[in-house]
Write a protein that binds this ligand. Structure first.
Ligand code: PLP
Length: 447
């Protein structure tokens, strides 16, 4: 097994993968060099996507297991979205001015989370977390933001602190480290890093209450793909005691695990929720939704009479544009009116997860298929570690890359080093094909 995990990916690529390398592909490959985890000579450049399938510019068709990293919960090109987008464009593709689609999406989101809610729109999940953190700092008058080790909150300087595979210091009091060159040192150092599920981290929040404006958490972290309602409840309590704004990053889990988010399942209400992916309906889009009490610290206009000292400016020329919000509203309306989508998605995901785990066990490759609801991953590990940092060390990145590579050869797009997400468009026939491709890929990897 050790040998298997140490495969050299590049040397392992059969000639079949050296598909047509025409001028267009070479040029695109160069432009997109860093967008892809697999060696850049073999980038996947999609031409069209429909339902559960993507087709590349060479005409190869693949079953897609990425859902575009999450947004395409109804599959690619669902009719309600195509219709809504076409209509929004015909009606002028409005941005920077309040518009009907924006109002509609805001009320759908507010209603989904219940109670007294306000919504601010953004263009992405990253922007949602930036916006929520700023609102929290304005609301509390404090400066420091806390986050959890291994949790990714977008590509901003703070969002990438101690996320993915890069950790440092004592787990109880980690040294914040950036996952990106060029991140501002001041921002990185102004971040406190905690451990999900650890009571010592709750104590640490208490110790830093005087300076801590907010704690942001992925309630169901992509690293572990599980959630701990008891810990979330305790975190809620500590934040209340300490005057710290609790932010749930539900960019992935929002409207994916259920209609609502992990908070709906766990029964724990944050002050602010960050959304992205699904609420953009497959187009760029995101939102922050929260209680009026905290959200009154947000201002979304340039009104010079507003209070600059205590209200957080939330901007964006295209935030809330009528095309993205119409797409988002179409998806959420469909999900709201067809709740069976979630039970069917859960059933399909369980079916595939179990099939893959059975194959992995039969083929004796030490792979574990982990996940909850429609989000899961295939990891190659020697043991199940407790902390996010150990998980990264125990996961065999090269084997995951090799698997993604062979799956692609066998007609399946498995996102490298990213969670797998199914959509409503996946059929059981698709899932059987994925399982067959998985067995074949594992065998090819072993050769
Ligand atoms: N938060 C979480 C939990 C995410 O997984 C992501 C992206 O994958 C983001 C935030 C950032 O969202 P976006 O890529 O839309 O900026």
């Amino acid at each position: 097994l050790k040998e298997l995990f140490d495969v050299e990916i590049a040397g392992h690529m059969p000639q079949a993968m050296a598909i047509k390398n025409d001028g267009e592909r070479a040029l695109i490959a160069q432009i997109h060099m860093d967008r892809y985890m697999l060696p850049s000579e073999y980038p996947l450049i999609v031409d069209t996507a429909e339902g559960s399938r993507i087709t590349d510019i060479d005409g190869n068709s693949y079953i897609d297991l990425s859902s575009g990293f999450g947004p395409h919960i109804l599959g690619y090109r669902p009719k309600p979205v195509v219709d809504a987008v076409e209509e929004a464009v015909r009606k002028g593709a409005v941005n920077a001015i309040g518009n009907r689609a924006e109002l509609e999406l805001a009320s759908i989101i507010a209603e989904a989370f219940g109670g007294d809610r306000n919504v601010v729109f953004t263009n992405s999940g990253t922007e949602s977390v930036l916006t929520a953190s700023r609102i929290a700092r304005a609301f509390t008058g404090k400066d420091v933001v806390g986050k959890f080790e291994g949790h990714y909150h977008g590509w901003s300087d703070q969002g990438m602190v101690s996320s993915w595979f890069r950790y440092s210091g004592d787990p109880k009091e980690p040294t914040p480290v950036s996952n990106s060159a060029g991140a501002q040192r001041g921002v990185v150092e102004n971040t406190l890093v905690f451990q999900y599920g650890a009571d010592y981290s709750l104590e640490r929040i208490r110790r830093h209450a005087a300076t801590l404006a907010a704690v942001v958490i992925e309630p169901m972290p992509s690293m572990n793909l599980d959630y701990d309602p008891e810990f979330l409840r305790k975190l809620r309590q500590v934040c209340d005691e300490c005057g710290v704004v609790l932010i749930f990053d539900e960019v992935v889990s929002g409207f994916r695990v259920t209609y609502g988010g992990v908070q709906t399942l766990a029964g724990v209400e944050p002050d602010l929720t960050c959304l992205g992916k699904i609420v953009g309906g497959g187009l760029p889009g995101g939102a922050v939704v929260g209680s009026g009490r905290v959200m009154q610290s947000a201002r979304t206009t340039n009104d010079p009479f507003e209070d600059f000292a205590t209200r957080a400016f939330c901007g964006g020329t295209t935030s809330g544009n009528s095309v993205s919000t119409a797409a988002g509203a179409a998806v959420l309306t469909y999900l709201r009116d067809n709740p069976a989508v979630y039970s069917e998605l859960d059933a399909k995901t369980d079916y595939l997860r179990e099939a893959l785990q059975k194959i992995a066990d039969e083929e004796e490759v030490g792979a574990q298929v982990r996940g909850k609801h429609t989000v899961f991953s295939i990891g190659f590990e020697y043991s199940k570690p407790a902390l996010a940092r150990d998980q990264a060390a125990g996961s065999h990145v090269k084997a995951m890359l090799a698997l993604a590579y062979y799956m692609r050869l066998n007609g399946v797009y498995l996102p490298e080093l990213h969670t797998i997400m199914l959509g409503d468009a996946h059929s059981y026939e698709d899932l059987d094909l994925v399982a067959a491709a998985f067995r074949k890929s594992i065998r090819e990897m072993k050769q």
